[in-house]
Design a protein around this ligand. Structure first.
Ligand SMILES: NC(=O)c1ccc[n+]([C@@H]2O[C@H](COP(=O)([O-])OP(=O)(O)OC[C@H]3O[C@@H](n4cnc5c(N)ncnc54)[C@H](OP(=O)(O)O)[C@@H]3O)[C@@H](O)[C@H]2O)c1
Length: 306
């Protein structure tokens, strides 16, 4: 299987590249700045149509997983032009190249396409983003649906994993590092999501590829939880001091972009369709702990994605 992954140096794409390589796929790992750890690296800017076409000529993929995006939610709000260029025009370039090459496209999207007023969103619920990042991801979903006959849109939510990627640590690693250093962490109680272990999302993606499943899927973790309780779960699983974590509210933080209050995803469709199931939070954090015990110790960046 020839697989081209965009965003293969990122948190999710790097894990997918690792697992697909282990299954003997021929993996082409697309990136723009940070060299990917797995697969054959292929550097191109998704927002440059010519570079995308060249990359497709080189890789000639049967399957494309498009995960590259400007994922910094506040940066998208501040630099809307850049967010549109990468997330929307970048996806148009990928979708058009996929159409020409007749590959199968999986587009990785987000729970932030929803407004967060009700939570537990199903695939059939109407998206209504409240920040620019969410808007660009929704426009990109719509482009994929318009341009491609057979596609899959896979939505994740607060992706985390055992290793830093693309020069930053994820929320779970940030909490873990704080607790290991005996530092206090103030975490919000009023943001609910479905945290998604990158390994879990990557295994579900591989099943989508191998079964050629089309349509929209919520491939997040199975548990609806707020950030504070998620942090507490990390403390519990890693036997660290949970009293270092104190509750706060979003009003105490000065984020530029609005965050949905409850963008948790209903994963019933994935639970019923896939053999590889969305994990409950306890299982997933335990899995992260197992992965960490197998890793060599490396210095970690402090930049965190919120
Ligand atoms: N993180 C989350 O909590 C979350 C939640 C739901 C959905 N998602 C979605 O899941 C996908 C993966 O997210 P992630 O957290 O794994 O991403 P990430 O760690 O922030 O990495 C972003 C990736 O996109 C690449 N990229 C950015 N701009 C590019 C450009 N112009 N051309 C080519 N590549 C470019 C980066 O490459 P370089 O590092 O080489 O620049 C990197 O590999 C994204 O589509 C995101 O919207 C993420």
């Amino acid at each position: 299987m020839k697989l081209l992954i965009t965003g293969a140096s990122g948190l999710y794409g790097s894990k997918l590249a690792e697992l697909a390589t282990a299954r003997n796929y021929k993996v082409y790992s697309g990136y723009s700045r940070d060299q990917p750890a797995y697969g054959a690296p292929i550097q191109f800017d998704v927002s440059d149509k010519n570079q995308v076409e060249e990359a497709f000529k080189k890789a000639n993929p049967e399957v494309v997983v498009h995960a590259a995006a400007l994922t910094d939610v506040d940066k998208c709000e501040i630099n809307k032009e850049l967010a549109w260029k990468i997330n929307v025009e970048g996806t148009r370039n990928i979708a058009e190249a996929v159409k020409t090459s007749r590959a199968f496209l999986i587009y990785i999207s987000t729970d932030y396409v929803f407004n967060g007023e009700t939570g537990r969103y199903r695939e059939t619920d109407r998206p209504d983003p409240i920040n620019y990042y969410g808007l660009t991801k929704l426009k990109a979903e719509e482009l994929v649906k318009d341009l491609i006959g057979e596609y899959c849109v896979a939505r994740g939510s607060v992706i985390y994993g055992s290793t830093p990627a693309a020069g930053k640590v994820n929320f779970a690693l940030w909490v873990l590092n704080k607790l290991k250093r005996n530092e206090q962490a103030k975490i919000v109680t009023d943001q609910w999501n479905s945290p998604t272990l990158n390994t879990n999302l990557a295994y579900m993606t591989l099943e989508i590829i191998e079964s050629k499943l089309t349509g929209t899927f919520h491939l997040s973790g199975a548990t609806r939880i707020n950030r504070y309780d998620f942090a507490k779960q990390i403390a519990k699983t890693f036997n660290l001091d949970a009293t270092l974590i104190s509750p706060s509210t979003s009003a105490e933080f000065s984020w530029t972009a609005k965050r949905p209050r409850d963008s948790s995803l209903n994963t019933t469709k994935a639970q019923q369709t896939l053999k590889s199931k969305p994990l409950q939070i306890k299982q997933a954090v335990k899995r992260m702990k197992q992965e960490l015990t197998q890793l060599p110790k490396v210095a970690q960046p402090d930049r965190v994605e919120t």
